[in-house]
Design a protein around this ligand. Structure first.
Ligand code: FES
Ligand SMILES: [Fe+2]
Length: 425
């Protein structure tokens, strides 16, 4: 559990809050590249860390991410015209370039124009892995580009989606770092079900409850859920947590193709979250159209409106829970692994009161993530650079059944330098 104060400290993200200041020192996924697909296309609304912004791609392909409200009389630039290297407010015709400079004022005669005195907030962006990332912190603290392994593979091998979740970002992150719920909540209860989930014969489900080992690093941690299997084996699933809100986990596509996958839980504000879901093929073979439907996870076009990014199964329809399916086929009766996650995480309320929890050893990874987040805030308050801004580029996550006495780190995540482990808990 956390005290009320600690809970406030690590969940609130607005300007001037300790966690808000900390998150502003990272590159943040802001929107999908395909939301503004080509030069001079319509702008897109973006709400990030409580700030209302618009994104646009100018005539030369440069990306602007500027304050939504026009500095003249605060009309929304979402309704603006994206033309000739700038976004023009349709109210009185003021126009802004991607750097936030006012470059024209249609409502003032030439000799009265004061455009050189007007600037609007504009955040630096970069485009990597089909995602437009924003940096909202001080210019002198901008970290290296967020070159996660998934952003470096060709588009044919990568799949990225976005879905809006109606709760605080930390609830999402904690669900993603919680291996102990996964084979329980996401299990199927009959072997022949075709719904998304883990079948009873899957060693993830068949193994006993896990012991958790957390290797703390500079970027966050690697951790393993270790489940005894039979007399002499163990099922191991590793995850990576990269500060402040990225998860990497082992995965398989809908047809069983091996992938790495993960989520980033990006705060829209204190009560809403943009979840970016990514996956990529870890072989030479590209992903196919079926893989991109994400039938099992419930994040693709079948489950999520691709204009609003709202989940079709949501709080207002009880996530389309089917009690008969819950009785006979799946643990929850809700279709889609991540739909199940959203149901539970949103059902806790906007910001869960962590002072009321009763944590056990199975929550070790969650406890450590909260510690690392508090530490990151402290580091930033002392003027330092928080963890997770570098050193994560090669990270992988894996799942395997090994001999009970195997050295799982050497066998499963050999690319992770052992000297990176600061402490094991
Ligand atoms: S409010 Fe935008 S130009 Fe007047
Ligand atoms: Fe889950």
């Amino acid at each position: 559990m956390l005290s009320r104060e600690e809970n406030e400290l690590i969940t609130r993200v607005g300007q001037g809050t300790p966690m808000g200041d900390t998150l502003r020192l990272y590159w943040l996924p802001a929107l999908l590249s395909r939301e503004i697909p080509e030069p001079d296309c319509p702008p897109a609304r973006v709400r990030l860390l409580g700030e209302a912004l618009v994104a646009f791609r100018d005539t030369n392909g440069r990306i602007g991410l500027i304050q939504e409200l026009c500095p003249h009389r605060l009309a929304s630039l979402y309704f603006g015209r994206n033309e000739e290297c700038g976004l023009r407010c349709v109210y009185h015709g003021w126009k802004f370039d991607v750097d936030g400079n006012c470059v024209d004022m249609m409502n003032e005669p030439d000799d009265y124009q004061f455009k050189h005195k007007i600037r609007t907030t504009a955040y630096p962006t970069c485009e990597l892995g089909g995602v437009i990332w924003a940096y909202m912190g001080p210019a002198d603290k901008k970290p290296p580009l967020p070159e996660f392994a998934w952003t470096q593979v060709p588009q044919s091998h990568r799949h990225v989606t976005k879905v809006i979740q109606e709760c605080n970002w930390l609830q999402g992150l904690e669900g993603g770092l919680d291996t102990s719920h996964a084979p329980i909540m996401h299990r199927l209860i009959t072997e022949n079900s075709t719904r998304g989930g883990f079948k009873p014969s899957n060693p993830f489900v068949a193994g006993k409850a896990p012991k958790l080992v957390v290797d703390i690093t500079e970027y966050g941690y690697q951790y393993a859920g270790i489940r005894p299997l039979g007399d002499s084996e163990m099922h191991i699933r590793t995850y990576q947590f990269i500060l402040p809100f990225h998860q990497i986990r082992p995965s398989k596509s809908e047809r069983g193709h091996p992938m790495d996958a993960g989520h980033s839980w990006v705060p829209i504000d204190d009560q809403m979250t943009m979840v970016f879901n990514w996956s990529y093929s870890v072989t030479d073979e590209p992903l196919n159209e079926e893989d991109r439907l994400e039938r099992n996870l419930g994040n693709g076009p079948l489950h999520v409106d691709q204009v609003t990014f709202r989940s079709k199964a949501n709080r207002s329809n009880d996530y389309l829970i089917d009690r008969e399916v819950q009785r006979t086929e799946s643990f929850t009766g809700i279709d889609g692994i991540n739909v199940q996650d959203r149901a539970i995480q949103e059902g806790m309320g906007s910001i869960v009161d962590r002072s009321k929890e009763h944590l056990g050893p199975a929550d070790k990874a969650i406890i450590q993530a909260r510690k690392l987040l508090r530490q990151a805030v402290k580091t930033v308050q002392a003027g330092g650079v928080p963890g997770g801004t570098r050193g994560y580029q090669q990270l992988r996550a894996r799942e395997a059944v090994l001999r009970r006495d195997a050295d799982w780190r050497a066998e499963m995540t050999p690319e992770m330098p052992r000297e990176a482990i600061v402490q094991t808990v």
